[in-house]
Design a protein around this ligand. Structure first.
Ligand SMILES: [Zn+2]
Length: 171
């Protein structure tokens, strides 16, 4: 997908030659793999026995609630029990942001408020996303790998120009 930090999702039912403009792909078709590319944002995979989804969750995606929209659509498509996997992303100790930005996010997601090792404002996006997942009744597993601290993974913050980590899921 062409990810743009938006809130649009696309239901994929066959192999596509185009990349849809969206931040989540959903499929109910066995054998179709959906993927999300990230380089500090959270790659979120949502798994049920009937439906799977790959979701791009950054600061903007947390605020625009794309995750809840995708969960609602998965339930509409028949998902009864959804398990979430959060891949490696930048951690709350590393994701330094201006204080004003931290406060903006905290208005809707207070769990995101964090501090860096030097005590400056930061955002803990995985912690805030996990709170959303739990509020929706999901179970979850979260990677503890920080993309900025672990050079095995791409990090936009560390490298400025970067590749992308892929997270892939299929039925
Ligand atoms: Zn970190």
């Amino acid at each position: 997908m062409n990810q743009s930090h938006g809130q649009r999702y696309v239901h994929v039912q066959a192999l596509e030659s185009i990349e849809p403009d969206c931040d989540a792909l959903i499929t109910t078709t066995p054998g179709i793999a959906v993927a999300v590319l990230t380089a500090d944002c959270i790659p979120l995979l949502l798994i049920s026995s009937q439906v799977v989804a790959a979701v791009h969750v950054g600061r903007k995606g947390l605020i625009n609630n794309i995750t809840v929209k995708v969960i609602d659509e998965m339930k509409r498509l028949g998902a009864t029990s959804i398990h979430a996997k959060l891949g490696p992303s930048i951690c709350g100790l590393c994701y330094e942001v201006p204080a004003v930005m931290a406060q903006e996010v905290a208005l809707s997601h207070p769990q995101a408020l964090a501090l860096t090792r030097t005590g400056t404002p930061s955002l803990d996006l995985p912690k805030a996303l996990i709170a959303v997942l739990l509020s929706q009744g999901l179970t979850f597993e979260a990677s503890e790998i920080c993309t900025l601290e672990n050079s095995d993974y791409f990090s936009y913050r560390r490298e400025k120009i970067t590749g992308r980590n892929a997270a892939v899921v299929w039925l």
